[in-house]
Design a protein around this ligand. Structure first.
Ligand code: IVH
Length: 656
């Protein structure tokens, strides 16, 4: 039986590869399905004989409750951008100044989601998102469902490959059509759909989404035994990875520019979306010589295609009132396709801009997507104008009818009524948001519903909500009410910095809120702080200090704080005392596996002693702390002759 199972695995893996990687199946679907079911059946009968790289493991079915964090061995950097020929030539000049004339590898820039795949002893062992470049999320079980990812390969080593997971255009259209039919929200573009699919906690859903992947490199080309990017891609092909065949080595920047122009014209013919061309110095030794900035390699650049434009008509101009009273105009458009999605609204930013461009309702306009995402009106097609009326900026708030004014030196028009319902609702939405009090389940719609039902009129009212009131609301059952109340209860413990940020003091962002909370420790101290005391906090300038004092001397604000206090909210910040200054001014990099400390702990301890921890090794690094299995960072540290400590060295200095 075991023999037959191994045979079936081998056949299915081969057929799978032909279909999903080579795009060239050698057997009809029925043959595959028949063998697949035979294997599935045998695995049910003999579970102990099931292999962990079995093709049947691709159907998903693992249900996670959250994604674990993983730290990338080598940071996943991003690329700097070029937007025109001049940028490309400037890039080439920089490269040539560093290392002389070079050959370039040109690759399509796939519009998907960067992922890292780890293989151990030839088996796919871990897959992760890019995250912030240093720490990503473990999405191994989701990635396993992508048929184009080999579960095993012939390279019997520990290595990492990186690439772009994406959703083909066809799969995207089918998915959105089905979602529309089921009254579910459609995805804006294939990239969002791919990202959403890979972050499904139930991997069965991921498996049904028809995702694919193109691998474009490895941080350790030495393991593949290659000396150039083109060889690396060829080698990845040989190992069974799917790479993009549309790639070309160009001898000079003129060749690169020709290539870029070709794809700008032909991008829409591809069965997947690309948003540009990635250009890399082909020779890997030269890449290392050219080096890196903290964010990106200096040996590569992403050429971004200009935004596509489309012509449509403005049906109406809608006004919305934001948290600070700013009245923002939005153009309601006759729906039109542009850069892969249907657009029905476009931001007009402010009323001055409408006047400047002389935009009027019923005008024909050209729109594009800024950064390929946010629709904007580029210009009016005046030739097609008939007798449209000049658009007049509002003089009244569309929400409360109060006078709307233009303050000195501002382009915005504002409603200055502090009791304006639209502003109050936005305030509460902000208070509940992720960066502030993080009240799960209390989104925009729910806040509107609570406000309209007169259950809340400020953020403090959230803390006196009762289950009986909630379940009276439309589409709110026992469960939803309980979840909300639990989330509200939990938010009482939020640190002072979150509360301070959540109160929506003008100009006070997340970082400034943290700095102020850490300095003043309690809300009472903040309430009694003078402007110059606030300005003693690093990074707090006059504008923020003035704004804070304006709020903290306002009676309504003080009253609100009293209400929150009586509701039992935490009003203090816990700060860890600095332990020593022994690492003052020193920059550390952590690499490899630490035994005693987690990375986070090590980082905290270094910071508590005055040091700074960064993600990549450069000549500015003072110490590299290397755990076991340290890889390229350690190599680089040796190359740059940087001090290397073991974890024990670090602990000893910390006195532990
Ligand atoms: S190389 C050091 N090659 O574009 C960065 N990136 O900011 C190495 N991307 O999210 C990236 N296609 O995932 C490279 N052929 C390609 C790519 C590609 C798409 C994405 C990448 C990253 C972004 C670069």
């Amino acid at each position: 039986m075991e023999k037959r199972m191994r045979e079936l695995e081998k056949l299915l893996t081969q057929y799978n590869y032909e279909y999903h990687v080579l795009d060239h199946p050698s057997v009809p679907d029925e043959t595959y399905d028949k063998l697949f079911h035979e294997l599935l059946h045998l695995e049910e009968q003999y579970p102990e004989l099931k292999s962990d790289t079995s093709p049947t493991s691709r159907v998903g079915g693992v249900v996670l409750d959250k994604f674990e964090k993983v730290t990338h061995e080598t940071p996943m950097l991003s690329l700097s951008n070029a937007f025109n020929e001049a940028d490309l030539r400037a890039f080439n000049d920089r490269v040539e100044r560093a290392v002389g004339k070079v050959e370039y590898m040109c690759e399509l820039k796939i519009d998907g989601l960067a992922v890292s795949l780890l293989y151990q002893d030839g088996k796919f062992s871990q897959g992760a998102t890019r995250g912030d470049g240093t720490v990503g999320e473990n999405i191994t079980d989701n990635l396993r469902t992508i048929r184009a990812i080999p579960l095993s390969t012939d390279l019997n080593a520990q290595f990492e490959v990186r690439g772009e997971a994406y959703m083909p255009k066809k799969a995207f259209e089918t998915l959105n059509k089905r979602r529309e039919e089921n009254n579910e929200q459609v995805f804006q573009n294939p990239r969002n759909a791919a990202a959403g699919s890979l972050r499904q906690l139930n991997t069965k859903l991921t498996s049904e989404r028809n995702l694919s992947i193109f691998l474009y490199g490895t941080p350790r080309a030495d393991i593949l035994g290659v000396t150039s990017q083109s060889e690396a891609l060829d080698q990845l092909d040989k190992l069974g990875f799917k790479t993009n065949k549309e790639r070309a080595v160009k001898e000079d920047i003129d060749g690169v520019i020709e290539y870029v122009n070709y794809w700008q014209e032909h991008r829409n013919e591809l069965p997947y979306e690309i948003d540009g061309i990635v250009i890399k110095v082909n020779n890997i030794d030269l890449q290392e010589e050219i080096g890196y900035t903290v964010r990106s390699p200096k040996w590569a650049i992403a050429y971004k295609f200009p935004a596509e434009e489309a012509k449509t008509k403005i049906i109406d101009i809608e006004l919305t009132v934001g948290r600070t009273g700013v009245i923002t105009p939005t153009a309601i458009l006759e729906p039109v396709r542009v850069a892969g999605t249907t657009v029905a609204r476009a931001s007009l930013h402010n009323h001055e801009l409408i006047e400047e461009k002389d935009i009027r309702i019923n005008d024909t306009v050209i729109i594009h997507k800024a950064g390929d995402i946010i629709p904007e009106v580029v210009r009016v097609v005046y030739e097609e104008r008939t007798n449209q009326e000049v658009y007049k900026a509002p003089t009244q708030c569309p929400s409360c009818g109060h006078e709307a004014v233009k303050l000195d030196e501002e382009v915005a028009i504002r409603c200055i009524n502090p009791k304006c319902p639209a502003q109050i609702v936005e305030d509460i939405i902000h208070f509940a948001s992720r960066g502030a009090m993080n009240i799960d389940g209390l989104g925009e719609k729910f806040v509107h519903q609570l406000y309209d039902a007169k259950l809340i009129s400020d953020v403090a009212d959230l803390y006196t909500l009762k289950k009986e009131e909630l379940i009276e609301l439309d589409r709110v059952g026992d469960k939803k009410a309980e979840n909300l109340l639990n989330a509200i209860e939990a938010s009482k413990e939020a640190p002072l910095q979150k509360l301070l940020f959540g109160l929506g003091i003008r100009f006070l962002g997340q970082k400034a809120s943290r700095l102020i909370a850490e300095r003043f420790i309690t809300m009472d101290n903040i309430l009694s702080a003078e402007k110059d005391e606030l300005m003693e906090v690093p990074e707090i300038g006059e504008v923020i200090a003035d704004s804070v004092v304006t709020y903290t001397s306002n009676e309504d604000f003080i009253h609100l704080i009293e209400k929150l206090k009586s509701a039992g909210l935490n009003m203090t910040e816990e700060v860890e005392e600095q332990e020593s200054t022994q690492f003052d001014g020193m920059t550390f990099v952590l690499t490899g596996k630490l035994e005693e400390l987690t990375r986070k702990e090590a980082k905290e301890k270094i910071e508590l002693n005055g040091g700074k921890v960064t993600g990549s090794v450069s000549k500015n690094t003072d110490v590299v702390v290397a755990g076991s299995d340290a890889g390229s960072k350690l190599d680089r540290a040796r190359e740059l002759e940087i001090t290397v400590w073991s974890e024990a060295d670090l602990l000893e200095r910390l006195g532990e």
